[in-house]
Design a protein around this ligand. Structure first.
Ligand SMILES: *[C@@H]1O[C@H](CO)[C@@H](O)[C@H](O)[C@H]1NC(C)=O
Ligand SMILES: *[C@@H]1O[C@H](CO)[C@@H](O)[C@H](O)[C@H]1NC(C)=O
Length: 359
């Protein structure tokens, strides 16, 4: 027989069959891809989502509402004033997708900033439920605010008082995928045993829990509406469990959000450029938010003396009872740009805001 000859001379019919098969194969593949894509749209991806730098020029994406959770403590108030000042400066710059702004004031009654900053007052948790851990009020504040407010934008940025916008912020979320800043100290995989108390095995691997907190996060409002009650629930249960409370300490409520969002099958786009944290991050570059949670201590040679009070210092915790003075002296030469820019940002706000000294 001559099978080789036959095989080499494919009949047109076979060709048609083959290409039909190929077409079917491609079609199946297409269905598969579409299926995967729609899966990813509901957030059921198992791989971490790595963002593509440069694909988000900003401006033109759906706008997001800036939600700043805060209390009426003097410490919170001066930070909110600086925060809102820089929001107003950046909002209409090219590249910004920033929409409206709300300070979600979760201390239960209006304060003296109601006329300066758009504010919605929400109730704190019932007496004692927060066990002195004030930030547990955040999820409860979001639950209440989302329920009672009419928010024009479809996306929300969850922000905090110690955030300063240093570049116009685009909407970093992609459709149903929220965007978050990855914190190096949030490591769900290092706490598998504890995470499993709240994120059962049938939900998937612990690596589904993103290394994030609730802020900064840009997220679709409709998705946050689902996550917020779970976030509150999980955080309260975590606080109630001595082992969890001890392991997570002051970042417990961040784990609360990370676990709650994972329970809803939501994975975040991790954006390292979302935020910079002086004194550790040195340059502003194209990053968007300065988070001044760490004290900045330097000697006069411009050397970091972290953990030791420096000859020059800026630390938000030095100003618990009222605002820092106007015109804080700039740091000595050699101090990184991030620290200089932070002090300049606070100085500019304090110079321009009325009655700065009023606590
Ligand atoms: C909160 O958790 C409890 C169980 O601890 C559950 O019964 C309740 O439905 C949860 N509520 C929400 C809003 O997730
Ligand atoms: C701020 O302080 C510097 C000295 O540190 C001084 O030279 C400058 O005039 C002050 N600016 C204002 C607006 O007070």
């Amino acid at each position: 027989m001559v099978p080789r000859k036959n095989a080499g001379r494919a009949s047109p019919f076979l060709l048609i069959l083959l290409s039909f098969g190929f077409f079917l194969g491609t079609y199946n593949l297409l269905i598969l891809v579409m299926h995967k894509a729609s899966k990813s749209a509901t957030g059921e991806l198992t791989d971490p989502i790595i963002s593509r730098p440069g694909d988000l020029a900003g401006g033109g994406a759906p706008k997001f509402h800036v939600a700043l959770t805060a209390t009426d403590a003097p410490y919170s108030k001066w930070q909110c004033r600086v925060m809102y000042y820089w929001y107003k400066k950046m909002k209409d710059e090219p590249g910004s997708d920033m929409g409206g702004f709300t300070r979600v004031l979760h201390s239960g009654s209006p304060d003296n900033l109601m006329d300066e900053i758009p504010t919605v007052v929400t109730d704190p948790l019932p007496e004692g439920l927060d066990r002195g851990y004030i930030v547990l009020n955040r999820p409860w504040a979001f639950v209440q605010w989302l329920e009672k407010a009419t928010i024009e934008e479809d996306y929300i940025l969850m922000a905090e008082p110690d955030h300063v916008f240093v570049n116009p912020l685009p909407n970093l979320a992609h459709g149903d995928h929220p965007a978050a800043f990855p914190f190096f100290y949030i490591k769900p995989s290092d706490h598998e045993k504890i995470i499993r108390k709240y994120y059962p095995e049938e939900k998937g691997p612990v690596t589904n829990v993103d290394p994030i907190g609730n802020s900064p996060v840009i997220i679709k409002k409709s998705i946050l509406e689902k996550i917020a009650p779970t976030w509150m629930n999980v955080s309260l249960r975590m606080k109630d469990d001595p082992e969890t409370d001890k392991a997570f300490g002051w970042v417990l409520e961040m784990y609360g959000y990370a676990v709650a969002s994972a329970l809803h099958g939501v994975r975040h786009i991790l954006r390292k450029d979302f935020m910079l944290q002086p004194p550790w991050d040195l340059d502003i570059g194209k990053k968007f938010i300065i988070h001044y949670t760490y004290g900045c201590d330097y000697n006069m040679k411009g050397e970091l003396t972290y953990g030791k009070i420096g000859e020059w210092r800026f630390d938000k915790r030095s100003h618990l009872r009222g605002p820092p003075p106007k015109n804080i002296s700039l740091p000595p030469p050699g101090v990184p740009e991030s620290v200089i820019r932070l002090v300049m940002a606070v100085n500019e706000a304090s110079a321009n805001l009325p009655d700065w000294e009023t606590p």
